[in-house]
Write a protein of this length. Structure first.
Length: 257
């Protein structure tokens, strides 16, 4: 623990917005606007990326790509991505302030880390404009990291590129990548951390990978919960995660090891 100088958290699905539902709702609505009904797996698979890249990735998925070609008589183009993103941004901005509740255990864990002299950084797939809504609302709810960076700060080279992590390391004055830990709830988070060369942890409960509300999760029977948990855990490990925790309450124990 004494060698760790900073922990860098993701936002939606990791520290706020249990289940990462704000962007999911906006992605669903924008594709429906264009007459395409995406599956939940298609919506969540690119989660954590810069949101325009997320839309581009969805349009390249075989089923969605074919539906677009069938509906519009041509393959999706860059202008289509721009059009979808414009609607997406408007829809997301209108609901973001309702999805900034802090996840269980986050405030206590952050306070414990700070007591140990560990700095709190953060990265996100949201833009600066989106974070202008999220950051003050999360602060009202008690969560305010020492630093946050969006893809806008790194030439829009968001996840899985490592540059937002490097910016955190720079402003937080971290001496080495060996002294940084990344915590996130998506495959993009894991890849971001590993591409930065730092110890990377996936969190299961309330994650985009799990993709359920707190009420839905708590209503699962023991077998379903175990099966869903194992699936999420394996997806993180397959992406290169160094460790997987069930919730933020387990983070300190992992760091001590």
């Amino acid at each position: 623990m004494k060698n760790i100088e900073a922990v860098i958290f993701d936002w939606a699905g990791t520290t706020i917005d249990y289940g990462c539902f704000a962007p999911v709702q906006a992605f669903l609505e924008v594709f429906r606007h264009y007459g395409i009904e995406p599956t939940m797996d298609e919506v969540r698979k690119p989660m954590g990326m810069l949101k325009r890249d997320h839309i581009k990735t969805m349009l390249a998925m075989p089923r969605i790509h074919d539906l677009w070609a069938e509906t519009y008589g041509r393959n999706p183009e860059e202008t289509d991505i721009d059009a979808l993103y414009s609607i997406f941004e408007e829809k997301l901005m209108s609901i973001l302030d309702r999805f900034a509740d802090v996840k269980p255990g986050v405030l206590e864990t952050v306070a414990a880390l700070r007591e140990m002299g560990i700095k709190i950084g953060s990265t996100t797939g949201y833009t600066d404009e989106m974070m202008a809504v999220v950051v003050p609302k999360a602060a009202e709810n008690g969560y305010a990291p020492d630093a946050w960076f969006t893809p806008n700060a790194v030439g829009n080279a968001g996840r899985p590129y490592p540059y937002m992590i490097y910016r955190n390391m720079e402003v937080l004055g971290v001496h080495s990548a060996d002294q940084v830990v990344k915590v996130g709830d998506t495959i993009s988070d894991i890849k971001e951390g590993k591409n930065a060369g730092i110890f990377t942890i996936g969190v299961v409960e309330g994650s985009s990978e799990m993709g359920v509300t707190k009420e839905e999760y708590e209503a699962m029977d023991a077998q379903e919960k175990a099966e869903r948990t194992e699936k999420v855990k394996q997806s993180f490990l397959n992406a290169g995660a160094d460790a997987v925790i069930m919730n933020m309450g387990e983070l300190l124990d992992v760091l001590k090891k």
